[in-house]
Design a protein around this ligand. Structure first.
Ligand code: AMP
Length: 399
């Protein structure tokens, strides 16, 4: 998969529009808790500034659903960007209104303008053509560096590309790096190749699981999704998260794993609690002995030992999704122990973005991981073998 390269554009003294992914996690005080996505965008931004460009940046943050809600303003992003870039970043007060259009038009070279939250406009997620056209009119060049949203056919990711020909658009360095990495991972993984898959639901990762099966040698399941499998195996799962309509699918996945010779690991013990709360009474039970009305909120210590053992001989590890409700200290231990096992491993280790990246960063193990992707959903869709809507228009056309 070859993408239109940023370096082949004739950017000298021009105005560029860079779609970034500044959708960073915030803590309860509204502070940015992981600015990896901001730092990852710097290479492309600085390259454009070095080409004497006027740089327009755009991103979404959260889900304001077409409303200009202050809580979702990019103001904290602008402040952090200023620190990281060590230069002034001007934030617009609207997306394609009078302020943004005027500031974009008058933006001098070497200056950086940040457009307010793209999702203040309802057209962004609808891939609205009018919105794409207005955004495209701001600049002479379009660069997509937002790997984290490249699996979304949105106005600033997909629709906008129609307004630029191949010599006026390209993939930024971050997008390029992520695509290269995952393409190599899928096509030539060093074996044994293990996937650790967690998170809340099977439904969100069902397709990924199905598509990963023929590619990996081992799969380790954790998080809420484990209980759908455990229930299908005939265990009592109490009040744990379960997707009853996917029980049959869960069986199919286990059958397919068996057929392909993929070692399929499920938790052998869990931390159960009386309610979904950080102050809940909790205890460790085996998977066979989950009491009625108790819910499993983390993997237990025996599972950690088992998974650590299973991971000890692998050469490549891909991890997507926490092993438990890691946001609550009480149920973060399983994820934390697995994070240490992954970090200590001599394998090539890959974290598939989102919650897992956040948790590894919180524990301070991010430096020990070979590759932390900025896109959870996007990396999963890539692994599923899909052509992402934000990537397709940037492919070099052959012949
Ligand atoms: P996902 O977005 O599907 O990757 O899921 C991430 C979320 O799954 C995190 O917010 C976790 O708190 C949650 N989670 C993990 N394990 C469990 C569990 N056993 N029960 C309920 N939620 C869980």
């Amino acid at each position: 998969m070859e993408l239109l390269p940023l370096k082949s554009l004739n950017l000298k003294d021009k105005k560029v529009f860079i779609r970034c992914d500044f959708n960073v996690p915030m803590d309860e005080f509204g502070n940015i808790s992981d600015d990896r996505r901001i730092r990852s965008a710097v290479a492309t931004i600085n390259y454009c500034l070095d080409q004497d460009c006027a740089v327009i940046l755009a991103s979404h943050l959260g889900r304001p659903k077409g409303q200009a809600i202050e809580r979702y303003s990019l103001a904290p992003i602008a402040r952090r960007l200023q620190q990281v870039l060590k230069r002034h970043v001007e934030l617009t007060t609207d997306v394609v209104g009078v302020d943004a259009m005027k500031k974009a038009k008058e933006l001098p070279r070497h200056e950086v303008l940040l457009i307010e939250n793209l999702r203040y406009e309802v057209g962004e997620t609808n891939n609205d053509e009018e919105l794409s056209k207005k955004l495209a009119s701001m600049a002479e060049f379009y660069i997509n560096d937002a790997f984290g949203v490249s699996h979304r056919a949105h106005s600033s990711v997909d629709g906008i590309t129609k307004f630029f020909d191949d010599s006026h658009k390209a993939a930024g360095f971050l997008l390029q790096r992520e695509i290269n990495f995952f393409t190599k991972l899928i096509n030539q993984p060093v074996r044994p190749f293990a996937a650790i898959v967690g998170g809340s639901k099977v439904s969100g990762k069902l397709e990924a699981l199905v598509n990963l099966l023929p590619k990996v040698d081992k799969i380790f399941i954790g998080g809420g999704m484990a209980f759908t499998f455990l229930k299908q195996m005939g265990y009592n799962i109490g009040a744990s998260l379960v997707e009853d309509d996917l029980l049959e699918e869960a069986q199919k996945i286990m059958d397919e794993a068996k057929k392909l010779g993929v070692k399929f690991y499920l938790p052998v013990d869990v931390i159960v609690a009386e309610k979904f709360a950080s102050d809940a009474v909790s205890k460790i039970v085996t998977a066979q002995e989950i009491p009625d009305n108790w819910m499993g909120l983390d993997i237990g210590p025996a599972t950690v030992i088992l998974y650590r053992e299973g991971l000890s001989d692998v050469q490549t590890i891909l991890w997507n999704g926490p092993m438990g409700v890691y946001e609550m200290d009480k149920f973060a231990r399983g994820s934390s122990k697995i994070a240490h096992a992954v970090a200590d491993s001599y394998a090539t280790t890959v974290i598939g973005g989102g919650d897992t990246a956040d948790l590894v960063q919180r524990i301070g193990l991010d430096e020990e991981i070979s590759f932390i992707s900025t896109g959870g959903g996007a990396s999963l869709e890539l692994l599923e073998g899909k052509l992402l809507p934000g990537v397709a228009p940037l492919l070099i056309k052959k012949g």
